[in-house]
Each structure stands twice: as C-alpha cells, then as structure tokens.
Ligand binder design. Structure first.
Ligand SMILES: Nc1ncnc2c1ncn2[C@@H]1O[C@H](COP(=O)(O)OP(=O)(O)OP(=O)(O)O)[C@@H](O)[C@H]1O
Length: 725
C-alpha cells in the first residue's frame, strides 16, 4: 500500500523539512536548547507527572528559556511537535515568578485545544481546573481571581482587548501555533506590538497613573517562519528546542490517490487488521467527509473476523457540541480500537490519548472571500491541499505518547510540492468584524502593523460596509452605534439586526433567528436519498415570506416540544437542564423532521449569551411582535441590506450595489415564488451563483436602508479613499 518510508526523528537532529542545526545558530540572537528524549507518560500519579515533565525535550532548556523571556520583550520559540512548548513554558514562567505582576495568557486558534491544554496543565500543577490554571473560550469560561495561567482562544483575547486595550492584567502573552496565522492571531500580533511600545515608553499609565510593567510576548510554533516573526518583533531572539519525544514513521502513497475517502477506508482497514493495538486519527477535509467515512467504517467492520470487530468511531469537527468533542479524550473500552475522524481542528496542540497512527488525506477546507466591490458576500469553502507545516503537525499527532506511524495518502513528490505555510487568513476572509474591532481599539486599519497586509481593496470594502452600517461616520471615525455593534459576538451586520429589533419591537423573534443563523452545526440533515421526505416533513414550518421566518417556526416548534414534555417547565425557561423525557421527545421530533438537534441546542446556548448582551445594552429581549412578519423582515433588511437583490426580467436577480447576477438556491422556500425583492444570508457558487437563506421584502423598504441613502448622497467611498490610495 505504502512505500517511501522515512522517519521524522528523535533527539537533536532536525527533520528533513526543518533547518539544519548549523543554520539555526546563525539566526539573530539565537539560543539553541538541546532536548532529551523521553518515555511514554502514564496519566496517573503526581510522581509519574513530575517524571514525565522532566523527560520532555524542553526540560533541559528551562533555565535558558526563562532567562530569555526575562531579558527580552519578545522571544520566538520554535520546537518540534510534542517537545513540550505549550504545556511546559507557561509553567516554567509561572514557577520563575513571572505571574507575580500579572496573568500569563496562552492563546490557541481552537477552543478544543484551549480547554484540553488547560485541563492538562492544571493536572500537572496538581490544582483543580479553573483555579491556578483556567481557560476562556466563547460561551465557556473557567477562571477565578486566582488564575495565573489562562488558556484562551486568540479570538477571546482580541475581545478582551476591546475592554482593556493595554491588557494590563497580563504580564506575559504566549501566542501559540502562530504559524496558523488565523485572523485573530494576526490582529493580536499587531496589537501586542503596540501595547509593548506603549507600556515601555510610559505613553499609557495604569489606573493609578503609574508607569505600566512591560508586557512580555512569546510567539511559539513547531513550524513557523521564525525569522519573519523575529523581524516583525524588532529582530527579537529565536530559541530552538531540538528533539521530539517519540519518532514518527512517515509512509507516503506510491501513486497519487484518486478517491481519498476510499483510500482512507482501505488504509484504516488494512492497518486495523495488520498492525498492533493503538488508536487511529484520520484527517479529512470536512464534516460531510467525516460522516461518510464513519458510515463506511461501520458498514465494513462486521465483515472482518469477529475478534477484530471492536472499533469505536468518533467524529471531531468544529460544529460538534463540546460535550461530544470531549469524548475523543476518553479511553475506549478494553480491547477496542478508537478511530477519531477529524478536520484540521485536531491538527495542532492537542494530545489525544492512545493515538499511535495517523492517516492524512492531505486535504482541508479553506474559506475564501470575494473582495470585489468591497465584498459581495460571496464566501467560498473550498477543499484544498494542506501546507507542509500542516502535514508535519498532522504526523506529529502520532508520536505524543509513544513511537507512531503516519500514512500520508499522497506521494512524497506531492508533499514536496506543497506550500510551506497556509495563506494567512487575514488575506482571504471577510474583514468587517476585524476592522470594526481595530477601530474600537483606536487603530487606523490602513496603518495597522499587519504581518501580512490584506489587500487595500479588502480593507476599504470593509470600511465602506461599516460606514453603510453607520458604525463609522463620514470621516471614518467610530460612532457610538459602531461601539455597540462591536459589543455583540456577531458579524457587525447581524449585530445591527439585533440592535434595530429594539425600535421595531421584535427582539424575541430576532434573537431566535440570529442564534440559528450563527450556530456552526448544520440545521438541515437530509441527503440526496431523504430530500423529498424531509421537504414533506418540514412543509408545515414554511412561512410565505421565506426562510428566516421558517427558521423561527422551526425553533419555536422545537421549544414547544421541549416544554410540552417538561414536567417542570420553569427549569427550561431559565436555560436550565431539561427533563430527560422531553429531551428524548425533542430528539425524536428532530429525527422525524430531518433536523439536527445539536444545531438547535447550540442556538439555544447562543441565544442565552445574546440575551446577556442585550441586557448590557438595555434592550428588553422579551419584547415580541407576535405574528406580524413586517418588523422582523425590516430588521433583517436593516443589517443585511448589502445582501439584497432585485428580480430582473429573465427571473434571475441583481444584487443591489454590486450587480452580481444570482439565483435563488433550490433549498429555499422562495425558489418557485421568486418575489420581486429579496434579502439573503449567503452566496454559494456551484453551477451558478446562488443566494441561500432567502426572504421576501418590499421594494419600498429599500428606500430606508443606509445603502440607498448613502449611495444617494454619492459618498460611500469618499471618506476612505483620501490619503489611502
Ligand atoms: N492532554 C494530555 N494528555 C496526555 N499527555 C499529554 C496531554 N497534553 C500533553 N501531553 C504530553 O505532553 C507532551 C508535550 O505536549 P505539548 O502540547 O506541551 O507539546 P508541544 O511542543 O506544544 O507540541 P505541539 O506544538 O504539537 O502542540 C505530549 O507529547 C504528550 O506526551
């Protein structure tokens, strides 16, 4: 099946893709830390844990690392996967007294990593999670006043910046997995540079007027482009931790793979039958691929010899509710092989106990945004080959606790042709929210310290959108409305929908709709075989004005099922635990209507948070417009006016302000009715450009939208082009 086997080795020899040790020493201010190799960790006693810590490659470099951080504002730390960077460095700094004046924040691109790392480090420190060591991710925070090491998503730290622009509670910020270059990581890097300067020069004072303590920054990754990060932070020192804990044998496909699903299935079955015990982690591009491979594995397993039929298949993707995600960390029943089917959310930082084998399809899903005319709302999720750094991270997951093997379902030649690192997200995503956050931080988005600057067209497009949303005034200054919009954990356009629900007296309806629009899990779970049955079952929810009000009907019917089966109705009204019987009824109801219960539960959680946001903004979220659809549609139009379109004589639509030609997606309830004017949630390119999530609005309502008003004034672009083009 596979050949071209090579080993990504142990000890201080670097792997084929990394720089040679000699070259490493040449880099500006470099300190080379040589690591030792370790034995597998048992998860058990404190002695085991102490022993494990001392055996990690990073351990011998402890003193050098601590002194480098003490003596420099910023250091870049580069080390192989599993060398101990993420779990140990924060503990070293804490033990060396760097938390006396503030907290250490350790940022992660993904919430699952932040939560599991906090749990691990709390265990290593021998304290309950949430005390000395805690975490903060969207919709979930476990910290106390005593927390000194806080794992958080990069997005949460950016949100904290909006409240405390100097991060004065923090003494050190560790930006982990910086090579992933998420939008929030890049925003953080630029902001941290500013904060360091302001704290150092005394430009900003603390609440008592005293000069603030310097902020230390540590930028970490296994694979990042160290010199670029060093150059960005004024040529700061780079520290290398050489050595990984356990070797990983790499096997490439001999020939190119045509069908990655089929290849992943075969590879899994073959290794399951031929290889010694050990759990398996398979990397796939998306949720659909995961569900389909899970189905195939479950279908094939009954055909293998009975002694080998014990296989536990566990999915892992972003939209999966946290309690389901956590299951991957549990040991499987005795004699069972666990196989985790994951997207790239399992690629960095996390250690899934038991994993000895990785199967890497070499593919991921990447979002890219069309910047034309300031963003037509055309967001594409494309399956793309991963980068070399992702491939290395993926293989690294096999050698966390013991030697492992990684089967790459692509040839060595294909591997060599991969790009070194992914394109920074800031250069391929919608920037509206990021630019609004920068404005709230008092930054000029055209002058911000980007590591990689987005296209000027993208920045300008977002400025125009924010102006049209009235988040900025004609001078490009942040308005009071803009600051309010930024206080919601939503896209600015949806924040505006929520805010305008106050004056239109329909906040209850709008929060239900926006919560469902925001949740990550898919609501509709039909496939080609069940599409007709699903459409029939859901017909009763259809609203004549379109998909948004249909969503509202679905959410409300779901809640009716829950509450009519609740023995204690009050517990549910508070968002408290629902009765098991009502849960069961809700599950069956969802199944009968081909709806994803997870999505509805997620929307319920989001709504609870949004209600909290409304309370802080003094908006009464209980106010309802009853059965009147008009206020709801008008609110949606207030925020989504850039996603409105008018019917052309040929039955297609023209997006207002962009002239984008589009059609209504077949999944919409309005596909046959084709009303004269529509709003939509997103555009999708397949054989044509389709609008999805469509509602009918009155053409006359468009007159009131900021888009037409500002166009009429002829000045949508004027304030931002001067001096910036
Ligand atoms: N949750 C966990 N359960 C068991 N062992 C763990 C856990 N987290 C970390 N470890 C152990 O600690 C080692 C070091 O993990 P750590 O995350 O610090 O490495 P790293 O250098 O940051 O790697 P990466 O860049 O891949 O995240 C792992 O290889 C593993 O042996």
């Amino acid at each position: 099946m596979h050949s071209d086997s090579e080993e990504e080795g142990q000890g201080s020899t670097s792997n084929a893709n990394g720089p040679s040790p000699k070259k490493k020493r040449k880099i500006n201010g470099v300190v080379v830390v040589n690591g030792a190799n370790g034995r597998a960790l048992s998860n058990g006693t404190s002695n085991d844990i102490k022993l494990h810590r001392t055996q990690l490659p990073i351990w011998t470099g402890k003193a050098a690392l601590v002194s480098a951080v003490k003596n420099n504002d910023t250091v870049v730390v580069l080390g192989e996967t599993g060398s101990g960077k993420t779990t140990q460095l924060p503990q070293f700094l804490h033990e060396a007294g760097l938390t006396r004046d503030g907290i250490i924040a350790v940022t992660q691109p993904r919430r699952v990593a932040a939560i599991s790392l906090a749990a691990r480090v709390a265990l290593e420190q021998g304290t309950p999670l949430g005390q000395l060591v805690g975490y903060n991710v969207r919709f979930d925070e476990h910290t106390t006043r005593n927390t000194r090491i806080k794992f958080c998503t990069d997005g949460m730290l950016v949100r904290e910046l909006l409240i405390d622009s100097d991060l004065d509670r923090y003494s050190v910020v560790v930006v982990d997995e910086a090579h992933e270059r998420t939008l929030r990581t890049d925003m953080l890097l630029g902001s941290l540079k500013r904060i360091q300067r302001e704290r150092k020069t005394g430009e900003k004072r603390d609440r008592d007027g005293k000069k603030m303590k310097p902020l230390k920054v540590v930028v970490m990754s296994a694979t990042l482009d160290a010199e670029r990060f060093s150059a960005f932070f004024n040529r700061c020192p780079v520290l290398y931790i050489s050595g990984r804990q356990h070797p990983v044998q790499i096997c490439h496909s001999k020939t190119p793979v045509e069908d990655f699903q089929d290849a992943a299935l075969r590879t899994f079955l073959q290794l399951h039958l031929d290889h010694p015990p050990g759990d398996v982690l398979v990397f796939l591009p998306g949720q659909d691929d995961i569900e389909s491979l899970a189905k195939s594995i479950r279908a094939y397993i009954p055909q293998v010899p009975p002694s080998q039929q014990k296989v536990l298949v566990l999915p892992l993707y972003g939209a999966l509710p946290p309690e389901q995600q956590k299951k991957i960390f549990d040991p499987p029943p005795a004699g069972t092989r666990k196989v985790v089917l994951a997207t790239n959310i399992a690629e960095t930082s996390i250690t899934i106990p038991g994993i000895r084998y990785v199967i890497d399809t070499g593919l991921c899903k990447e979002r890219s945004y069309h910047t034309r005319h300031g963003g037509s709302g055309l967001d594409e999720l494309l399956v793309k080959p991963i980068s070399k750094s992702s491939a290395q991270q993926r293989s690294g997951r096999a050698g966390r606790e013991a030697p492992g093997t990684c089967f790459r379902l692509y040839t060595e030649q294909s591997y060599n042709q991969l790009t070194n690192a992914p394109t920074p997200e800031i250069q391929r995503c919608d920037l509206n929210s990021a630019i609004l956050d920068l404005k709230c931080l008092g930054e000029d988005p055209m002058e911000f310290a980007y590591m990689d600057r987005p296209l000027d067209d993208s920045i300008r497009g977002s400025l125009i959108t924010l102006y049209a949303l009235q988040a900025l005034d004609s001078q490009g200054r942040l308005t009071r409305l803009g600051r309010r919009l930024a206080s919601f954990p939503l896209e600015p356009a949806l924040s505006l929908v929520v805010l305008s629900s106050q004056s239109r007296a329909c906040t209850a309806e709008i929060l239900d709709i926006v919560s469902l629009l925001t949740c990550t899990a898919k609501l509709f779970i039909d496939n080609a075989d069940t599409r007709e049955a699903a459409a029939d079952a859901r017909k009763k929810f259809q609203h004549r004005d379109g998909d948004h009000l249909t969503l509202l009907n679905i959410f409300r019917s779901f809640e009716d099922v829950l509450s009519s089966n609740l023995s204690a109705a009050s517990s549910q009204a508070n968002g408290g635990p629902a009765h098991t019987g009502s849960r069961r009824a809700a599950r069956e109801w969802c199944k009968a209507h081909f709806l994803n219960e997870k999505a509805l539960n997620e929307a319920t959680t989001i709504r609870t948070q949004l209600r909290g946001n409304c309370e802080r903004e003094k908006i009464d979220w209980k106010v309802s417009c009853g059965d009147d659809a008009e206020p709801v549609l008008r609110c949606l139009l207030d925020g989504l006016f850039r996603k409105s379109a008018i019917k052309a004589p040929d039955g297609t639509y023209r997006q207002i302000g962009m002239q984008q030609v589009l059609k209504i997606h077949p999944s919409s309830s309005l596909v046959d009715r084709k009303p004269p004017t529509i709003i939509f949630d997103e555009l999708l390119i397949t054989s044509a450009v389709y609008a999805r999530g469509v509602s009918a609005v009155h053409s006359s309502w468009l007159i009131d939208t900021p888009l037409l008003n500002s166009n009429a004034r002829g000045n949508t672009t004027a304030p931002y082009t001067n001096g910036h083009t």
